[in-house]
Design a protein. Structure first.
Length: 52
């Protein structure tokens, strides 16, 4: 995981997920979580971007 990915995960979680997985179900889930409250979106972004 690069420094850029970590920074995006912390500040703009949906963008980070979009850049790693594209416009799909992971992006929509992260967008909803980030809109409800920031912390679940960050946790989900780290989970999604760490998968390989």
């Amino acid at each position: 995981m690069s420094i850029l990915t970590i920074i995006l995960n912390l500040f703009i979680p949906p963008l980070s997920v979009f850049l790693n997985k594209g416009l799909g179900k992971d992006f929509l889930i992260n967008l909803i979580l980030s809109l409800i409250f920031w912390l679940p979106g960050v946790i989900h972004a780290f989970y999604v971007t760490s998968e390989r």
